[in-house]
Design a protein around this ligand. Structure first.
Ligand SMILES: NC(=O)c1ccc[n+]([C@@H]2O[C@H](COP(=O)([O-])OP(=O)(O)OC[C@H]3O[C@@H](n4cnc5c(N)ncnc54)[C@H](OP(=O)(O)O)[C@@H]3O)[C@@H](O)[C@H]2O)c1
Length: 258
């Protein structure tokens, strides 16, 4: 199994892409730390994972990734409880609508704190634990960070400027992170999903006209299942992607090429 003896932390693991990724990594042998704000959602995912295993593989840590204090506590917890970390999936995030001439400073700050600053702080504070681990084992174990960006990070979405710029920032940040961590043998990549069926898009997809528009704009003619994005995240996180770093994997069903 690709993640035997690995400790993986997944933010936004209570639903959607994060949940699918946590289940996937745990099923492939990782001990998973599930992070999010809502304990009940995380506990439901942990139960789903643990009920099929002899040894519990999932633990819950409630944290708001917009709160630097919570991130520091999370880093302290990981260090004390596990003493090491092999995989980080920075997936927690959310949309933020707004045009340049109309968006408030609050929505701008919210999008960038949630989608970009959180990634910086988590990579800094938990990345240090990964670096220490890599120094101890002299790079013999696979270590990898995957940040969830978006197709919106490629496209100028006139209605979602704070979201688009924060996700473009994630793609750019990940390349710099990959350069900085490469000497330690730690890889960093991002994934940019197109339209995925999750609680984030549920409202929009209930509108049949909107759903048809999305399908029309997507070359493959359909929205993605969270598991299809989790497959790509798991690949990038695994040893199989050992020669990939500083890359963004666009998984948009062919929206961008159309
Ligand atoms: N769905 C799509 O079409 C799509 C497309 C491109 C990119 N993405 C990206 O994919 C990622 C996952 O989204 P999703 O579609 O799977 O949506 P989702 O089901 O809403 O998942 C987002 C998760 O993040 C958690 N979260 C939100 N704010 C948080 C915070 N401040 N601190 C900690 N956790 C927080 C939420 O749980 P709590 O509310 O309990 O904290 C939730 O479980 C996001 O970064 C999103 O931008 C999604």
């Amino acid at each position: 199994m690709r993640f035997n003896d690995s400790i993986a932390l997944i933010t936004g693991a209570g639903s959607g892409i994060g949940k699918a990724t946590a289940v996937r990594l745990a099923n492939e042998g990782a001990k998973v730390i599930l992070v999010g704000r809502t304990r009940s959602k995380l506990e439901a995912v942990a139960s789903e994972i643990n009920e099929t295993k002899k040894i519990p593989m999932a633990e819950v840590f409630t944290a708001d990734v917009k709160d630097p204090g919570d991130i520091q506590e999370m880093a302290d917890y990981v260090k004390e409880q596990f003493g090491d970390l092999h995989v980080i999936i920075n997936n927690a995030g959310g949309s933020a609508n707004g045009k340049i001439l109309e968006a408030s400073e609050e929505i701008w700050d919210h999008a960038h704190d949630l989608n970009l600053k959180s990634v910086f702080l988590i990579c800094q504070k938990l990345g240090r634990i990964m670096v220490e681990g890599a120094e101890r084992d002299q790079g013999s174990q696979n270590r990898s960070i995957v940040n969830v960006a978006s197709l919106s990070g490629y496209k100028a979405g006139a209605q979602f400027v704070p979201y688009s710029t924060s996700k473009a920032g994630v793609i750019s940040f990940t390349k710099a992170l990959a350069l900085e961590l490469a000497p330690h043998g730690i890889r960093a990549n991002s994934v940019s999903p197109g339209f995925v069926e999750t609680p984030l898009t549920e409202g929009g997809l209930q509108n049949e006209k909107f759903k048809q528009l999305v399908e029309k704009k997507t070359a493959l003619g359909r929205v993605a299942k969270p598991e299809e994005i989790a497959n790509i995240i798991a690949f990038l996180a695994s040893e199989e992607a050992s020669y990939m770093t500083g890359t963004d994997a666009l998984c948009d069903g062919g929206w961008y090429i159309k």
